[in-house]
Ligand binder design. Structure first.
Ligand SMILES: [Zn+2]
Length: 355
C-alpha cells in the first residue's frame, strides 16, 4: 500500500502546529507511517524514522512540522484543508507540511522498493523560530549522515547555496543639547541619517556565483525623548544577509567603514550561517537529475543553517512566495511530483556517489 501524500497533507493541516505546539502533528505522522509499515520515533516534538540497511550510505530527508500562526486575512478556513480544484488551502500546507507529506510518501516507497541507502526522515519542530528543540536537539539521534535534503518550498528547483543572517546594532553618537541652541550639540539623528543614506547607496562585493552579494538593510530606528531636546544618540538595527565567502568580522568592518567613525557597531547575533554545497557534489547533481532543473541560490534561511558538515541541497514542492500568507496552499500535483522527485533523488544520489 502506498502512502498518498495528498491524504497525508490534508490530515497534517487539520492538526494545528504553531511553533512550540507540534506534538499532536508528530503523533499523527507516526501513526500514518506505522500504518504503512514504517516505525517512527517521536523525540520531544520531533519525529524521525530510518529505512534501508543500517550500514548503507545515509541520506537525511528533513523538513519541519511547525508553522507560523494563522494570522489575519484568510478567505478560506485556515485549518480545514479545504480543496478547490487541485489546490489544498491551509496554514502550513506550503511551508512545509507539503514537503513533510512528500518526503514521508517517498520514504514508504523507498522502503518497499528495498533501497540500498539508509534513508532517514526527520520532521522537526521550531524551524520557524530557530529554537534549540528542533533539528539541533534531534541530530545526535539520527546517526551518521552522508548527505541531506532540506524540504522547503522551492518549486522543486534544487538550491545549492543559501544566505545566512547576521543582526547588527548600530549607535550613532552625538551630543545632547537644548533644541533652541543647536550649535551647542550634535544631533545624533542627523548623524544616523547620513550613515544610513551611505549604507543604502553601498553595495558589498559579490563573491558567490549562486548568491550574489551580501545585503545590509536598516530595519529599525529609535531616537529622541522629547520634542525640545537634541538627541545625543540614535540606535538602528541592520539586517545583513550573508554569503559563505564573507566572514563576520570582515562584514562588520566593511559596513563600519561605510557608516563612519561616529557610529558604533556591535554584533547583536549571528542568526544563521550561510551554507553552500559545490555544484559538482553528487547530492546537487542527483537533485538536478531528479528535477530536470539547474541548481540555484536562495536568499531565505532554513534549517540548513543548523546542519554543519553534511553536504545538503534545499528542495521541495510548493512555492516560497505563498509561505506565511493568508490563503496559503499547495497543489495535489505538486505533492505527487514532490514524492516522485524525493524518491528518484535518493536513487540518483546512490548512482552518482558510486556505491
Ligand atoms: Zn519552512
Amino acid at each position: 500500500m502506498t502512502l498518498d501524500p495528498v491524504a497525508l497533507l490534508v490530515d497534517l493541516v487539520r492538526v494545528p502546529s504553531p511553533s512550540g505546539d507540534e506534538g499532536a502533528a508528530a503523533a499523527l505522522l507516526r501513526e500514518r507511517l506505522a500504518e504503512h509499515g514504517v516505525e517512527a520515533h517521536v523525540d520531544g516534538r520531533n519525529l524521525w524514522a530510518a529505512v534501508g540497511p543500517a550500514d548503507g550510505p545515509s541520506i537525511l530527508l528533513c523538513s519541519h512540522l511547525d508553522t507560523v500562526p494563522v494570522g489575519d486575512g484568510w478567505t478560506r478556513p485556515p485549518l480545514e484543508a479545504v480543496r478547490e480544484g487541485d489546490r489544498i488551502y491551509g496554514r502550513g500546507s506550503n511551508d512545509a507540511k507539503g514537503c513533510v507529506a512528500a518526503m514521508s510518501a517517498a520514504l514508504v516507497r523507498l522502503a518497499r522498493a528495498g533501497t540500498r541507502a539508509r534513508v532517514v526522515l526527520a520532521a522537526v519542530c521550531e524551524e520557524e523560530t530557530g529554537g534549540q528543540a528542533g533539528l539541533p536537539a534531534l541530530l545526535p539521534a539520527l546517526g551518521r549522515l552522508d548527505a541531506a535534503v532540506i524540504g522547503e518550498p522551492t518549486g522543486l528547483v534544487p538550491v545549492c547555496a543559501q544566505k545566512g543572517l547576521l543582526s547588527l546594532d548600530a549607535t550613532a553618537r552625538g551630543r545632547q543639547a537644548h533644541a533652541a541652541r543647536p550649535e551647542e550639540g550634535t544631533n545624533a539623528i542627523a548623524v544616523a541619517a547620513r550613515a544610513i543614506a551611505a549604507l543604502d547607496a553601498f553595495e558589498l562585493e559579490a563573491r558567490s556565483e549562486a548568491l550574489g552579494p551580501p545585503t545590509a538593510q536598516v530595519t529599525m530606528v529609535r531616537a529622541g525623548e522629547r520634542r525640545n531636546v537634541i538627541p545625543g544618540s540614535c540606535w538602528f538595527a541592520i539586517d545583513v544577509r550573508t554569503t559563505p565567502e564573507w566572514d563576520t568580522p570582515e562584514l562588520v568592518q566593511a559596513i563600519g567603514r561605510v557608516l563612519g567613525p561616529e557610529v558604533l557597531l556591535k554584533v547583536q547575533g549571528a542568526g544563521a550561517r550561510a551554507q553552500a554545497t559545490p555544484r559538482e557534489h553528487p547530492i546537487i547533481r542527483a537533485a538536478e537529475a531528479a528535477t530536470g532543473h539547474q541548481a540555484t541560490g536562495s536568499p531565505t534561511v532554513s534549517d540548513w543553517a543548523r546542519l554543519d558538515d553534511v553536504p545538503a541541497v534545499k528542495l521541495g514542492c510548493g512555492e516560497s512566495p505563498r509561505s506565511h500568507t493568508p490563503d496559503e496552499y499547495v497543489t495535489a500535483g505538486e505533492l505527487e511530483r514532490g514524492a516522485d522527485v524525493y524518491a528518484r533523488l535518493v536513487e540518483a544520489w546512490l548512482e552518482r556517489r558510486g556505491t
